[in-house]
Design a binder for this molecule. Sequence first.
Ligand code: AR6
Length: 176
Amino acid sequence: MPIQIKTGDITKEAVCAIVNAANSSCMGGGGVDGAIHRAGGPEILEECKRIRREELPEGLPTGQAVATSAGRMNARYVIHTVGPVWGRCGRPDQCDRQLADAYRNSLLLARRLGCRSIAFPAISTGIYGFPAERAAKIAWQTVQEYLRDDPEMEVIFVFHSERSRRIFEDTIEPSE
Ligand code: AR6
């Protein structure tokens, strides 16, 4: 089974790519974004600044992904993606599509980088307020779909609390 679900700090994962729930500025922030920049060190922000200057003067659009190195972390890359802000992404189905795009584009970028392992946080479910159960269904479905094409990719979902991990597991496999 290439999918793992765990509780912990994503910055500690020894995988090829760690996904960051960033914002369109890519300049850091709170939540998991802050934790990744702190753990990885200033090199990540320097690369983000270069990407903004040379490739993304308008910022990273919602649902898209870009990669930097992972600085001091035990990963090779950080894939920065932007999830939708619940309440500012239009109709619920539009928000769902944007969240699915963030997962899919992160996976596709990891593959382009030659990665065989990737760790995801629960994108958009913190400061961006996306309902956790709804996000769980989308994350799970999108990863399953992706794995049909690329079954060798190891995918790890890392939750920051037992509670959020339980919500995820109960949503993808409801108990009777
Ligand atoms: N490891 C794993 N998960 C974590 C960690 C960690 N170290 N720290 C937090 N989480 P959030 P968003 C969980 O708010 O909702 C930032 O300011 C957290 O408990 O980090 O996509 C960005 O710059 C939650 O379940 O991301 C953006 O402005 C999940 O990660 C904005 O927040 C996502 O919460 C993005 O908001």
